[in-house]
Design a binder for this molecule. Structure first.
Ligand code: HEC
Ligand code: HEC
Ligand code: HEC
Ligand code: HEC
Ligand code: HEC
Length: 374
């Protein structure tokens, strides 16, 4: 028997004993006390977070214990939970969360397990105290919140869809999009682009000729057709729309404020007009245009699928923490500008470029874009 096998066997034996112990606890729910949980969960979090929440102390004095939210009542679920609880023991002996660093590193993974469980069981832990039929929505402080909650429940949403981070600090949801962003950055700094379609990840500068002075800013997520290449330079074409009288901007689509290129004064009359139409709805004249410029070959993405996957992750990671991420096709492309402005205070940690990219992603998937262009 080698050393590792011995350790594994010892571990199994210990877990077996611990399993019997926990099953005992299961059958005597009184033992599943907060003290018991905290005997292992002695880290600053989650106890300190819990003690600051309205579920620990409030005007009504009703207290939710750890087990009220994490151990379901009733014989069936309790037994199941305890078998499941062996993971805590296993984790304990493998020290998966015994320092603050490890705890934070595991937080998202653990939280996702709790969310998935609660979702699967229609948040029965919450419902053991909060009765859905008992809510009086006209007594809510905010009319719009009351409407959101009652409509959400009618649409089949469950408590945990909207009430994440109620007791504990929200996990860092940004790891998903940061990982993709890093991959994209790495891929775009050592490019081998000669022809085809590319997209800037962030704003890039457009030049009239290789080097020289800048004449435009081409925004992240804009589709560029590569026409020519020389060393570290690419000549590209942007196809888009200009609104009559608005010289400084090329938009992605007719009638929609999805920004593609911001033109400096020197480039405002440079684009080629292919056709002109009058938009009855807005009573504006629009020109279908193309614009050509030179750009550096740095920061351009060839993998379109990965690029929009980044957009999707930016959306779910930033807009799904306080409420469910509102699907892009719930709004018109132009409405997303206002919604993003309203939510700006909630996503301060996003850089300007990430914010713009997210807005473009949402607009390109808006109700009036996806349906008309596909
Ligand atoms: C034997 C020590 C121990 C005890 C006792 C214990 N835990 Fe845990 N718990 C852990 C460890 C270790 C983890 C991390 C497991 C991992 O890394 O996946 C964990 C993870 C969790 C998670 C994260 C989600 C999941 O399912 O993994 C929750 C929630 C949790 N514990 C709640 C509780 C509650 C509530 C109690 C009391 C009823 C309790 N724990 C008792 C050690 C323990
Ligand atoms: C042991 C009973 C109990 C359980 C279980 C419970 N709650 Fe509560 N909850 C309360 C009580 C009591 C209050 C009122 C505290 C106060 O007076 O502000 C409350 C307050 C709240 C509030 C308003 C205060 C705040 O912190 O925002 C929300 C939202 C809420 N609960 C949601 C939930 C959700 C979601 C769950 C399941 C994850 C849950 N509750 C589980 C008893 C419980
Ligand atoms: C569609 C989203 C949504 C769903 C689903 C939802 N809520 Fe809410 N709930 C809200 C919003 C928004 C508020 C307003 C407070 C806030 O902004 O956090 C709220 C407020 C509350 C409050 C505080 C009421 C007050 O004003 O004092 C409680 C308690 C609560 N919810 C419990 C629950 C429980 C329990 C469930 C599941 C049965 C649930 N909620 C489902 C969105 C939702
Ligand atoms: C009112 C319900 C409620 C109470 C009380 C509660 N939790 Fe949680 N707990 C949750 C929810 C919901 C999550 C999922 C993450 C989130 O939304 O914050 C969670 C997540 C966790 C996690 C995973 C790490 C994390 O931060 O997401 C651990 C560990 C945990 N709880 C342990 C405990 C312990 C120990 C206690 C008692 C000291 C406790 N919880 C009390 C609802 C509760
Ligand atoms: C820090 C919490 C938080 C984050 C993060 C957040 N929101 Fe919200 N959001 C709220 C709250 C609270 C409300 C309800 C009150 C209100 O309307 O201001 C809301 C309401 C909304 C609404 C409904 C209001 C309307 O105009 O119809 C939409 C849509 C929305 N959010 C989209 C987003 C998007 C997109 C993001 C990401 C860019 C985001 N939210 C990020 C807290 C947040």
């Amino acid at each position: 028997m080698n050393k590792n096998t011995k350790i594994a066997l010892t571990l199994l034996a210990v877990m077996g004993l611990a399993g019997i112990f926990l099953t005992g606890v299961a059958l005597h729910p009184a033992l599943a006390t907060t003290d018991f949980c905290v005997s292992c969960h002695e880290m600053e979090a989650p106890l300190a977070e819990y003690q600051q929440s309205a579920h620990f102390s409030s005007a009504s004095g009703v207290r939710a214990e750890c087990s009220s939210c994490h151990v379901t009542e009733g014989f069936g679920p309790t037994l199941y939970d305890k078998i499941d609880a062996l993971r805590h023991v296993y984790g304990h002996f493998t020290s998966s969360i015994d320092t603050d660093e490890k705890y934070e590193a595991s937080r998202l993974r653990m939280a996702e397990r709790v969310w998935a469980d609660m979702k699967e069981h229609d948040s029965r832990e919450c419902r053991s105290c909060h009765n859905q039929e008992g809510f009086e929505f006209d007594k809510f402080q905010s009319h719009s919140s009351a409407k959101r909650m009652s409509k959400g429940l009618d649409d089949g949403k469950t408590c945990i869809d909207c009430h994440k981070g109620l007791v504990h600090t929200m996990p860092d949801m940004t790891s998903g999009y940061k990982a993709i962003q890093n991959e994209l950055i790495t891929a775009s700094t050592d490019p081998d682009i000669e022809t085809g379609i590319v997209f800037p990840l962030e704003t890039v500068i457009g030049y009239p000729k290789k080097e020289g002075n800048r004449e435009s800013r081409i925004l992240g997520g804009t589709r560029l057709t590569v026409l020519d290449n020389e060393g570290k330079w690419l000549k590209v074409r942007v196809d888009g729309w200009k609104q009559d009288g608005v010289d400084a901007m090329i938009y992605e689509l007719q009638g929609k404020r999805i920004f593609s290129v911001a033109l400096d004064i020197s480039a405002r009359n440079k684009s080629t007009i292919h056709s002109t139409m009058f938009d009855e709805d807005t009573e504006q004249t629009w020109h279908k245009v193309s614009y050509e410029a030179w750009v550096s070959n740095q920061g351009l993405i060839e993998d379109e699928t990965k690029l929009w996957e980044y957009g999707e992750k930016l959306h779910s990671g930033n807009c799904g923490s306080c409420h469910m991420a509102v699907p892009a096709n719930h709004f018109l492309a132009n409405q997303w500008i206002g919604v993003m402005k309203d939510m700006k205070r909630n996503i301060r940690h996003l850089s300007k470029e990430q914010y713009r990219f997210l807005q473009k992603y949402l607009q390109l998937n808006a109700k009036d874009v996806k349906e008309t262009s596909h």
